[in-house]
Design a protein around this ligand. Structure first.
Ligand SMILES: *Cc1c(COP(=O)(O)O)cnc(C)c1O
Length: 352
């Protein structure tokens, strides 16, 4: 008999990364377009002097800085190798085989994958007709086996948000032993004042956690660092299943340098937000349905035309992220790159 991996891994979907095509503009991974700030690049360069040493296994300095910023005790914070790693750690830390992980669909594609890796059962609730979380249906889908609920706010890939009142109603409805994880990977792009800061609930309730990342607004996708804030017992369990040393030294240093440079980074975010609103308006003028978005991307619910649209965009030197039969997600970038995409979108309507 040959060696055999776990039989159930056959049915596990692989994470599909946004494609990189030489010569084409990449609008498929929700990265920010600017390169590293000079201050961050300098900190990284200086930190290379120590890479013969292991990283700080506790990521202590960064965790303490984050705790201060978030106004919680540092025991409630865990830093991870990107927030996808933290999603996986969370499910591992919370779920025994057969326990349920609840989330909307379509949402972040890691949720079903990390659930299955942990032998938990992914349970999905369809988005509503406006491509938004249906929190009433999600509350009704909680069972005695539900251990974790992911609420992605803003939602990847639709960009839609849940607002304060509906979220509070949902949190009131969910049993106290179910952990609600607010995945706020795009928090820094939110401009709608009715979208709550998840940290308000981490500080006020015992079963709410927040996930954030340095990959999007902070521009460190290549270095892999994200963070969790939540109940102390969960933060501790998340640290228990951490792969030792996986947040590397350069990532830790770059994250701290980026916290020092928030003013500059958030100014960049504001230009992305202005572009987001322009791109959405122009797409609507061109005849597309585009849900209101609070993230650094737009969603085109093209259904069966999603793959065809993505091919057309690629022929026009623009890589977008298509989800077959569902829609296309397009990252907002510099004005010139956005214009290239808008040109592709307009010419698609003309030829089809
Ligand atoms: C991009 C993204 C993340 C995290 O990415 P990392 O690079 O692993 O930190 C998490 N959640 C959502 C919804 C995302 O879109």
């Amino acid at each position: 008999m040959p060696v055999q991996p776990r039989a159930d891994l056959h049915s596990l979907p692989s994470y599909v990364a946004g494609k990189t095509v030489p010569g084409a503009v990449k609008l498929s991974s929700n990265e920010t377009p600017g390169g590293p700030l000079p201050s961050v690049a300098k900190a990284i360069a200086e930190a290379t002097a120590d890479i013969n040493r292991y990283p700080d296994i506790s990521v202590g300095k960064l965790a303490r800085r984050l705790a201060e910023k978030l106004a919680v005790p540092s025991e409630q914070v865990s830093v991870g190798c990107g927030s996808v790693a933290l999603c996986q750690q969370l499910v591992q830390a919370m779920c025994a085989p057969g326990d349920e992980v609840l989330f909307a669909w379509r949402s972040f594609e890691s949720y079903p994958i990390v659930s299955q890796i942990a032998s938990a059962v992914p349970v999905t609730v369809p988005l509503d007709a406006g491509h938004r979380h249906d929190l009433t249906a999600m509350a009704a889908a909680v069972t005695p086996k539900t251990r974790v609920v992911f609420v992605c706010n803003p939602n990847n890939p639709t960009g839609t948000v849940v607002r304060r009142e509906e979220l509070e109603r949902f949190l009131d409805a969910v049993p106290s032993d179910v952990l609600v994880v607010l995945d706020e990977a795009y928090r820094e792009f939110v401009t709608d004042a009715d979208v709550p800061d998840g940290m308000d609930y981490v500080r006020g309730r015992d079963n709410v956690a927040v996930l954030r990342t340095f990959s999007k607004a902070y521009g460190l996708a290549g270095l892999r660092v994200g963070y969790f804030a939540g109940p102390e017992a969960v933060a501790e369990a998340v640290r228990k299943v951490y792969v030792p040393f996986s947040v590397n030294t350069l990532a830790q240093i770059a994250a701290m340098a980026s916290l020092d440079a928030e003013d500059e980074l958030f100014a960049r975010c504001r230009t992305i937000v202005a572009e987001r609103d322009r791109v959405r308006t122009e797409l609507i003028e061109a005849g597309y349905e585009v849900p209101e978005t609070q993230a650094n991307f737009v969603w085109l619910p093209l259904g069966e035309r999603a793959m065809d649209f993505a091919e057309h965009a690629l022929a026009n030197k623009v890589v977008v992220r298509a989800f077959a039969g569902d829609g296309v997600r397009v990252t907002i970038s510099h004005p010139e790159e956005n214009d290239l995409f808008l040109h592709a979108a307009r010419s698609y309507r003309r030829t089809s």
